[in-house]
Ligand binder design. Sequence first.
Ligand SMILES: N[C@@H](CCC(=O)N[C@@H](CS)C(=O)NCC(=O)O)C(=O)O
Length: 221
Amino acid sequence: MFKLWGRKDGSNVIKVTWCLGEIGVEYERIDWGGEFGGNDDPEYRAKNPNGRLPTLEEEDGFTLWESGAVTRYVCAKYSAGDLYPDDLHARADADKWMDWSSINFAAFNSVYLDQYFRVPEAERSAEKITAAATATVPLVDILDKHLADHDYLGGSKLTMADFAAGSLIHRWVHWTPNRPSHANVEAYYERLAGRPAYQEHVIEANRPRTEKIQKELMPNL
Ligand SMILES: N[C@@H](CCC(=O)N[C@@H](CS)C(=O)NCC(=O)O)C(=O)O
């Protein structure tokens, strides 16, 4: 059985755990990083020199870091022709959404994490949160336009294309104060929220932070 190193509430870990949950493969997840620590452990650094999460470790000693690479690898290994499209155009399209999500769309998540959970309370800035949200709206517009005539980012069914953006949509929907409405993105989120693997690995894994933001932090911004 392979191992996945990483606490279950890290956004880059969630991308992979949701994907593995959809695949239904058995593996061992090791709580690591964040409050569990361990990132500077030399044995861990030998697996992942960045000291970040997640890291995949297979029984033959193969290790892989970078959540996008891990997602592509497990989709290709366990779900070729399904989550990992055979058709080159469809696969390139899925790669496009994964890269765009990690490089562009994910920026709001870093600001929200800093502002809601890392800076001292006295330094929490509603302006910084609003600025990050405002900068993200044109990207959500792109998703919304695409989702007007596609149920999922890769077309009519869930594919690798969805794991990066889809896992972050939960935070966009629930962590953004005064969020503008995007009907097609909201319908996409509801579609994802109907999937058991998404409920477990995205919604439940985020629940403590989402509840803290909605009950304690957002009302005081
Ligand atoms: N580009 C990397 C980013 C990895 C990353 O920064 N992961 C975060 C968690 S989502 C991390 O390791 N943070 C330190 C920690 O949680 O201890 C990837 O996608 O795997």
